[in-house]
Design a protein around this ligand. Structure first.
Ligand SMILES: NC(=O)CC[C@H](N)C(=O)O
Length: 460
């Protein structure tokens, strides 16, 4: 919304001046510059029809290397970001050199946890824009990785990365990126990117930070325009780490250790380490299998429960091999808990379908309502696909919903012990409001073991 539309919504120049406690002269100045100073936004948010997004649109452009400039390369520009719609943004490269990393451009609103975000395997095939302007301030450390390598193809930030200041830091973000072989670009107007993705939906982009400094703008734009996009891509098979016995708990675990541990097979479609740690902390003995494991391979481990992990790419593509395996687990009546890609795959195995969202959810402040209790959780999220509620059969109930856009955030089968959520109860980064889901999974297995125990005793 432009400034004139905002003035009109507020009832005119005199009214807006009164509302904000400034003189009409000040309002005229806002009109000239096209911006409303942020300190007056709270007063204007009371006016029906004016939203934060509208005011954001009027705010001054953040100082950046260039704003959607298509022609001249500014002095000092060493990297560029080309979007599929023809936009070219110049910036300063950091991290490792790469001629042209191509993938889906997305943005995350998380204010902390850039290292966890960059190593979340679900970001494979994507270039992450951080809307929080200061990235890199706390450096990197060996404990905050969610997987051994960085899955995201690159990162886009506003401010240049400065020297780290944190007692846990062992490497600067710049050095760490060099070791990961990934590039970053700074000096970018990240609000412009957020708005573009908001208004136009998902966009492919190419991040170029070439060693020789030569950037062929037209070639980059062409590459961005012709990349096929994430729809139809199975990326889980590229990031799964396969078979292992996981024993680590969450960092600074305070939960008492359980006497009996429930034997869980965790299917790794690109699992974040903190999910495995959370399962252990909640009382599971975690045996990880690759996401490509068959039903037979899973059931051969005699699990008391099966966990379906998060992961990158299009769930419809991964479903080709994952769904038959999940169906075998459902048929064997083994309890299931799924997160994110695991949620989408469970929905498909139960008869539902998935679709690509116009606006993905990425950040650590996403409100979700638990429909059963009415309680709201603030959740960590990273997904671009979603479960289509209309496609769900009667035997599946909706348990959680996004308070941002009403899309599905959780389901449960009414005939099997199987439930899943679209968000990330393991946080990392983000709030831990939803840890109860790991405990719920364990209590389902406890209940099963107890009833089976009773049955056995009764039969003996
Ligand atoms: N975090 C995830 O598991 C992401 C799931 C899926 N790749 C999506 O984008 O929706």
């Amino acid at each position: 919304m432009n400034i004139d539309a905002i003035i009109q919504k507020a009832g005119g120049v005199t009214e807006i001046a009164q509302l904000t406690g400034v003189g009409s002269e000040a309002v005229r100045k806002w009109r000239q510059s096209g911006t409303v100073p942020a300190k007056h936004w709270p007063a204007l948010l009371h006016v029906p029809g004016i939203t934060l997004a509208d005011l954001n649109d009027t705010s001054e452009e953040a100082p950046s290397m260039s704003h959607a400039s298509n022609t001249t390369r500014p002095n000092g520009a060493t990297a560029a970001l080309a979007l599929a719609d023809g936009t070219l943004l110049w910036g300063r490269g950091f991290g490792a050199h790469n001629d042209a990393a191509v993938g889906e451009l997305c943005f995350s609103t998380g204010m902390t946890g850039y290292q966890e975000t960059l190593t979340d395997p679900s970001f494979a095939g994507q270039i992450v824009t951080f809307t929080f302007p200061h990235i890199g301030n706390v450096g990197t450390n060996p404990e905050d990785n969610e997987a051994p390598t960085m899955a995201a193809l690159g990162l886009v930030v506003k401010e240049d990365v400065t020297a780290p200041a944190n007692w846990r830091s062992t490497k600067s973000l710049n050095e760490w990126l060099i070791a990961q072989g990934r590039s970053g670009i700074s000096g970018i107007d990240t609000r412009f990117i957020a708005r573009t993705l908001r208004d136009k939906g998902p966009q492919t982009a190419v991040l170029s930070f070439p060693r020789n400094g030569q950037i062929d703008v037209d070639a980059l734009k062409e590459k961005a325009r012709t990349w096929p996009g994430l729809v139809g891509m199975d990326l889980a098979k590229d990031v799964t780490q396969g078979k292992r016995h996981w024993t680590e708990t969450v960092w600074q675990n305070q939960r008492p250790e359980k006497d009996v541990k429930r034997r869980v097979v965790a299917l790794d479609y690109g699992a974040k380490d903190n999910i495995l740690r959370s399962l252990v902390s909640a009382g599971c003995d975690v045996h990880v299998l690759p996401g490509t494991a068959t039903g037979e391979e899973i059931l051969a481990l005699k699990p008391e429960g099966v966990f379906l992990s998060n992961g990158p790419g299009d769930p419809a593509a991964t479903a080709t091999y994952a769904v038959p395996a999940i169906e075998a687990v459902l048929n064997a009546d083994v309890p299931i808990f799924g997160i994110c890609l695991g949620h989408q795959l469970l929905a498909r195995a139960l008869g539902g379908s998935t679709y690509k969202l116009e606006r993905g959810h990425r950040g650590a402040n996403q409100p979700v309502k638990d429909i059963t209790t009415g309680k709201v959780e603030i959740t960590s999220q990273n997904h671009g696909f979603a479960v289509d509620e209309k496609s769900l059969p009667e035997t599946v109930k909706v348990t959680h919903v996004s308070l941002f856009d009403g899309s599905n955030e959780g389901i449960a089968s009414t005939v099997k012990e199987a439930f899943s959520v679209q968000y990330h109860p393991e946080a990392s980064p983000g709030p831990t409001d939803s840890f109860y889901l790991f405990e719920r999974f364990v209590s389902v297995m406890d209940r099963r073991a107890n009833t089976q125990g009773t049955t056995q005793k009764a039969g003996a």
